[in-house]
Design a protein around this ligand. Structure first.
Ligand SMILES: Nc1nc2c(ncn2[C@@H]2O[C@H](COP(=O)(O)OP(=O)(O)OP(=O)(O)O)[C@@H](O)[C@H]2O)c(=O)[nH]1
Ligand SMILES: [Mg+2]
Length: 191
């Protein structure tokens, strides 16, 4: 997709803060630090539209972006930045589950994982939520530049076994997988 315009719309901690919109929307979700915000920048060919950070927990609310005046992206908060903190997990769960189950214009979920990690139970739970709600899901294994090609393929198999879909191998750093991801997103926008 040719990106003519891309801009930040608003940020929301709960439903009342979501922008009113009839436009098709795609959400980006996953653990903290897997590269959700970086991946959105990469898809939109922007360097700094979405704030990123090397320390986990940068995105703490749902951030909405308008692209070409015809579609929306939602950057969801990550989880796992304070590992084992029950309140953190509960807060994250409430925010993400409410969004995924109640956002009417949501057309699909881009679920991002780190190629170097075996998916954990919350990642499996996210996969289950989207199965249950009939949400179309695209799985991304990001940071592929960190492993050799063969290690990436091995890792991708494990991710597929755990999460039930074959991941697109992605590297924000190298631009790998970008075309493939756009090709997966585009048909979701018109359904
Ligand atoms: N090597 C490498 N680093 C990456 C890649 N994608 C993202 N990063 C780095 O990973 C770190 C986290 O990126 P973010 O985009 O802020 O991650 P996030 O998932 O939005 O994190 P939260 O907002 O905390 O949930 C940053 O230092 C990025 O530069 C990639 O493909 N390869
Ligand atoms: Mg982020």
């Amino acid at each position: 997709m040719k990106i003519v315009s891309a801009g930040f719309v608003q940020t929301a901690l709960k439903k009342i803060g979501w922008p009113e919109s009839q436009l098709p929307e795609i959400a980006f979700a996953g653990r903290s630090n897997v590269g959700k915000s970086s991946l959105i920048n990469s898809l939109l060919n922007r360097k700094k539209l979405v704030k990123t950070s090397s320390s986990p927990g940068k995105t703490r609310a749902v951030n909405f972006f308008l692209i070409n005046q015809k579609l929306m992206f939602a950057d969801l908060p990550g989880y796992g930045f304070a590992h084992g903190d029950k309140r953190e997990v509960a807060g994250w769960k409430r925010m993400v589950e409410e969004y995924l189950t109640e956002r009417e214009s949501l057309k699909g979920l881009v679920h991002i994982v780190d190629i170097r990690r075996k998916p954990d139970e919350l990642e499996e739970m996210m996969a289950e939520w989207s199965e249950q709600s009939g949400l179309r899901r695209i799985l991304i294994a990001n940071k592929c530049d960190k492993l050799s090609k063969s290690a990436c393929l091995r890792s991708a198999k494990i991710i597929e076994e755990k999460l039930g879909v074959k991941p697109i191998l992605y590297s924000v750093l190298k631009g790998t997988g970008k075309k493939e991801l756009w090709s997966a997103i585009t048909p979701l926008l018109t359904d």
